[in-house]
Write a protein that binds this ligand. Structure first.
Ligand code: CMP
Length: 139
């Protein structure tokens, strides 16, 4: 078992799809070990996406991610990082495989419903961004 971080993004929360996204994750075999609803401020969104700071879409991404509530989850299962990325599908919903979360719920390449960590190293950093040790629940 290992861990990864997912964030249901403002588009999916605003569209009332958060429950369906969580059900999709649970049906795909993930166990929720921590969760909260929060709204990122500008500094938090810029820090979370610092790796994309030089990208042309950075300002728009920060604006989108601060536009409304998000729901971060700490998820656990075997091979969690890779399995979650397969479950959510490609960044662009037009390229996402049939039955993936982004194919089902994303609006566009930016408003793409859900974020997932891209490596075990980044998962550890991103989990620490949202959750303290005492908020992570065991069975
Ligand atoms: P995410 O997995 O959260 O990681 C970075 C985010 O930047 C990505 O999902 C998209 O929301 C956004 N993104 C990536 N590429 C583009 C792009 N070409 N145009 C707009 N937004 C993008």
């Amino acid at each position: 078992m290992n861990r990864t971080l997912a964030i249901i993004k403002p588009d999916a929360v605003a569209a009332g799809k958060a429950g369906k996204v969580l059900a999709h994750l649970e049906d795909a075999g993930f166990t929720v070990r921590a969760a909260r609803m929060t709204r990122l401020n500008r500094a938090q969104a810029e820090a979370f996406y610092a790796v994309h700071r030089e990208r042309p879409f950075f300002a728009s991404l920060v604006s989108f991610m601060t536009s409304g509530p998000v729901i971060p989850f700490l998820l656990e299962r075997d091979n969690a990082v890779l399995q979650l990325r397969e479950t959510i599908g490609a960044t662009d919903p037009a390229e996402a495989a049939e039955g993936t979360i982004r194919q089902r719920f994303a609006e566009s390449k930016e408003r793409n419903a859900i974020h997932a960590s891209d490596s075990d190293e980044n998962a550890a950093v991103e989990i620490g961004f949202f959750f303290s040790h005492h908020e992570i629940l065991g069975l």
